[in-house]
Write a protein that binds this ligand. Structure first.
Ligand code: PRX
Length: 652
């Protein structure tokens, strides 16, 4: 993306194919036409409080709210004085009628085991595990960290926390012990829930070993609960460590849901920002749950007989909202698959869809591009006729991948919802409604009712049609983050100071003549690798923490599969010698420090980095070099012009 000095963004993509909602689909959809959508959107824009009050009736409240919104920018309180419990909404209320025998979670392990938990099974497990946590002294407000593979017990742990009002913080199982420790230290979690190990592509991920390394630096952790997933050998700290199954067998099963204030913290989820340590995004109960509930119903057009599969891991916000809180609060049947899409072969996803008759599939562009590369022969071997809707999330989906998804997976009959949102927004913000919105490959189309985005220049002036600019949100919405955990000042400066009065998303976008939004990627120093946000700064600090590295600059490079890959420019300490083995060592070092997803794809050793006279690294130039294109921009502020020429000629 090119940001010109006036702050608008040049856009090069042009796409003209339009796919109206299939007539049959629209007929039975929750929102049936563009006119219905527009009526809802206008009502929400003009009378937001009346709109949200009406929608909030979809949740079960223990006590009604006295005001819909208390807005002291940038701090919002939604459904003030209202009380509810998220685990009650996701589990108990479905057990009052025949849905108690409906499958809540259909789980498949990577090695092939299968389990089904009906709503009443899930209730029993959640209640019992809440009782376990209580027995270990967890009280309302205590933070519980969760570092687990994708097993039903992960969902049970989250809902048990929600039952007690103990905010959870999930750390993705692919992160290292160091990353886990940093997050636990920030939120001072009291209990860690983990597993002996997890499976990934047939290999074991030593979760308990990583957890042990982390907990050694986390004095706040009093107890570690270990779910036995693979029966691998683990170290044990008597008194601190407890087996999940032993606690569950020895604890009384009853634990009623605690009526919680609508603004009671539900969870903290860490995500990368452009500077400093990861940000603890704080979501609270009522508003978040409403966003998750409503968007799942609208965007996925969820019906009682759907079999819904969101392929995300619960380590990311997509798993929180669209594998746990959204579908379960709607009483949906969710498929959950523990492992890799290419294990034991590249047909695994398609076999799962055929076996369970999945009707709604929600996945990421990076996965779709991998499927394209592996070839059509894998999906073609399976009956995918149960599918009726496809979703995409995490990064812009390129029109070629969109068309492939549409034809090969959707058989040309399934609408595609390209959903734009963020960890911070809590739920989907811009997306087609599949029975109402004509879709265009590559565009997330229109804002959902209640969401008022705008595209502006750096000074906050609205951009014209097709003029690229900064994407902002102008009105508060219920599932918005409330703050950065423990750091109101950073919350304010990060999101609410760039463009006065608006929430700044950090993304560039344009809106076309039909009102469709085209997301153009991040405008800050945040990478989007395989749909996951990583800050260049974190990868740089990991590199610089190696004794032989003097300085490092990390940039994203366009990548056919992952969206962006990571290119690192590294200058070494005097005396250190650039070599292939050092390059490999640095890659492993970053994996140890952060996790495999941050491993640089490319490392270039260089004698100097291009800097401005004030010492700022000119990443724009490095991005061009990494991408192998001529630098189009201005280089007049470059301090040492020879650096560029040397970088271009230096061997990779
Ligand atoms: O740049 C946008 C991109 O992912 C960022 C949010 O990342 P994260 O908080 O990790 O959440 C990912 C899952 C919601 C956004 O700022 N992004 C997400 N979805 C899309 C997208 N970019 C384009 N199109 C999307 N559908």
């Amino acid at each position: 993306m090119n940001v010109d000095p006036g702050g608008s963004i040049a856009s090069l993509l042009q796409e003209t194919r339009v796919f109206p909602p299939p007539v049959d689909f629209a007929r039975s959809a929750h929102v049936k036409s563009l006119a219905d959508y527009e009526a809802l959107w206008n009502f929400a824009k003009d009378e937001p409080e009346a709109f949200w009050a009406e929608q909030a009736k979809a949740l079960s409240w223990d006590q009604p709210w006295s005001a819909v919104l208390d807005w002291k920018p940038p701090f919002a309180r939604w459904f003030v004085d209202g009380k509810l419990n998220a685990s009650y909404n996701c589990v108990d209320r479905h057990c009052l009628g025949p849905a108690r025998n409906k499958a809540a979670i259909i789980w498949e392990g990577e090695p092939g085991e299968r389990r089904v938990l009906r709503y009443q099974d899930l209730k029993r497990e959640v209640e019992r595990f809440a009782s376990v946590l209580k027995g270990l002294g967890v009280k309302k407000g205590d933070v519980v960290a969760v570092y687990m593979p994708l097993v039903p017990e992960l969902v049970v742990a989250l809902l048990a926390c929600a039952r007690l009002g103990a905010p959870h913080t999930v750390v993705f199982g692919g992160f290292s012990g160091e990353s886990l420790a940093g997050r636990i230290q920030d939120c001072k979690a009291k209990v860690l829930v983990t597993a002996d190990a997890g499976y990934r592509r047939g290999k074991l991920i030593p979760l308990k070993d990583n957890a042990d390394a982390a907990v050694a630096h986390c004095p706040s952790i009093e107890n570690v609960i270990v779910y036995e997933r693979v029966k691998s050998k683990v170290h044990w700290s008597p008194g601190r460590d407890h087996w999940w199954h032993e606690l569950m067998a020895s604890t009384p099963p009853d634990c009623p849901p605690e009526p919680l204030d609508s603004e009671h913290p539900l969870y903290i989820l860490y995500t990368s920002g452009s500077t400093g340590k990861p940000k603890g995004i704080l979501h609270t109960t009522g508003g978040y749950l409403l966003g998750a509930h409503l968007t799942t119903r609208w965007v996925f057009d969820l019906k009682d007989d759907d079999t819904y599969w969101c392929t995300a891991d619960v380590g990311w916000v997509t798993g929180h909202t669209y594998l746990v809180y959204g579908p379960l609060s709607n009483g949906a049947t969710c498929v959950m698959y523990e492992g890799a899409p290419n294990w034991p072969d590249e047909g695994r996803f398609w076999r799962i869809i055929e076996d369970y008759r999945v009707s709604i599939l929600y996945t990421a562009p990076t996965a779709i591009r991998a499927f394209m590369k592996w070839g059509e022969q894998f999906p073609r071997r399976h009956d995918l006729s149960s599918l009726r809707l496809l979703g995409s999330v995490g990064e812009p989906i390129n029109p070629e991948a969109w068309m492939w998804y549409h034809k090969v997976i959707g058989g040309g009959r399934c609408p595609i919802v390209d959903t734009w949102w963020q960890t911070e927004t809590g739920s989907i913000m811009i997306s087609p409604l599949p029975g109402a919105t004509p879709t265009v490959p590559g565009s997330a189309t229109r804002p959902l009712p209640g969401i008022v985005p705008e595209i502006v220049t750096k000074d906050g002036a609205p951009c014209g049609t097709n003029q690229g600019g900064f994407l902002v949100i102008k009105q508060p919405w219920p599932s918005m983050l409330r703050t950065l955990y423990g750091d109101d000042a950073r919350y304010q400066s990060q999101y609410w100071s760039d463009i006065p009065g608006c929430y700044f998303t950090g993304d560039g976008a344009r809106r076309d003549e039909s009102g469709n939004y085209w997301i153009m990627g991040r405008v800050d120093d945040v990478l989007n690798v395989a749909g996951h946000r990583l800050s260049t700064m974190e990868v740089e600090s990991a590199l610089v923490s190696h004794p032989q590295v003097a300085e490092a600059a990390v940039v994203g490079k366009p990548d056919d599969l992952k969206g962006q890959s990571i290119a690192a420019f590294v200058t070494l300490e005097t005396g250190a010698i650039a070599s292939e083995s050092l390059r490999e060592e640095l890659r492993s070092h970053v994996t140890r420090e952060i996790g495999a997803l941050a491993r640089p794809d490319e490392i270039r050793f260089t004698e100097g980095l291009p800097k401005t006279r004030s010492g700022k690294i000119m990443r724009r130039l490095l991005r061009d070099i990494a991408a192998g294109v001529e630098s189009s921009g201005d280089t007049s502020t470059l301090e040492d012009l020879t650096v560029l020429a040397r970088l271009r000629t230096e061997e990779e």
